[in-house]
Design a protein around this ligand. Structure first.
Ligand code: SF4
Ligand code: SF4
Ligand code: SF4
Length: 217
């Protein structure tokens, strides 16, 4: 009987999941990509979610990013919702990388946490370890999936991530933290931002500008 790599690594009493290697970077690069999400500009239209699904071929009930709506807040004319983005924050010290027994997740040369698909055995250790809870098992590919800043689908062609491209309010800014003249660095210099769960020491790279009011209904 032919045994696939996945079956060998995950199945049967005789098969133990063995750490193969812990890849941290493919080669040197001077770029360090990150994103800013401006809660005060987000109107909750969810075009970013849709564009992400279409661009990265994500099954309908799954998502690499989620816009979370809370509210309503206020009364009468002041009634409004608030929005937040949930997606991979590309931790500089990423738990998904350190727990994976096969070396599937890795940090690429541009600081993006990506995945060697052929190494993933679907054990979901990384799903449990991710503090942002943004990893899912793609039911079609049977491989773990999550936001990779459209690394292969858009960046490789010199284009911006799909969510950034379609956002009608420019609530998303993507760029290189090592380029001091970039829009993202200028924004971080001049705007108040925060990052989720900083106390964990994972050094996330999704910066957020806090909301004022959000969508008015
Ligand atoms: S947010 Fe989760 S999936 Fe993204 S790099 Fe951090 S641990 Fe990995
Ligand atoms: S499910 Fe996660 S931890 Fe398991 S092999 Fe795939 S990437 Fe690694
Ligand atoms: S496309 Fe822009 S405005 Fe619409 S939900 Fe996404 S981030 Fe918010």
């Amino acid at each position: 009987m032919k045994v696939t790599r996945r079956q060998f690594l995950i199945g049967g009493t005789a098969c133990t999941i063995i750490p193969v290697l812990n890849v941290t970077a493919e080669d040197e690069s001077s770029r360090n990509f990150a994103m800013v999400y401006d809660q005060s500009k987000c109107i909750g239209c969810e075009r970013c979610e849709q564009a992400c699904r279409e661009t990265n071929d994500i099954p309908a009930s799954y998502s690499r990013l989620e816009i979370i709506r809370t509210g309503p807040f206020g009364e009468g004319e002041d009634r409004h919702y608030r929005f937040d983005r949930s997606s991979c924050v590309h931790c500089e010290t990423a738990p998904c990388i350190s727990v994976c027994p096969t070396g599937a997740p890795y940090r690429d040369k541009d600081g993006i946490v990506a995945i060697h698909q052929e190494r993933c055995v679907g054990c979901k250790y990384c799903v449990a370890a991710c503090p942002s809870k943004v990893r899912h098992l793609n039911p079609v590919t049977k491989v773990i999936d999550k936001c990779d800043f459209c690394r292969t689908s858009k960046l490789a062609k010199g284009e911006l991530p799909a969510c950034v491209e379609v956002c009608p309010t420019k609530a998303l800014v993507f760029g290189d933290l090592n380029d001091h003249n970039s829009e993202i660095v200028q924004l971080l210099r001049h705007k108040q931002t925060f990052r989720d769960k900083m106390y964990l020491g994972t050094r996330p790279k999704l910066y957020k500008i806090p909301h004022g009011r959000g969508e008015v209904i």
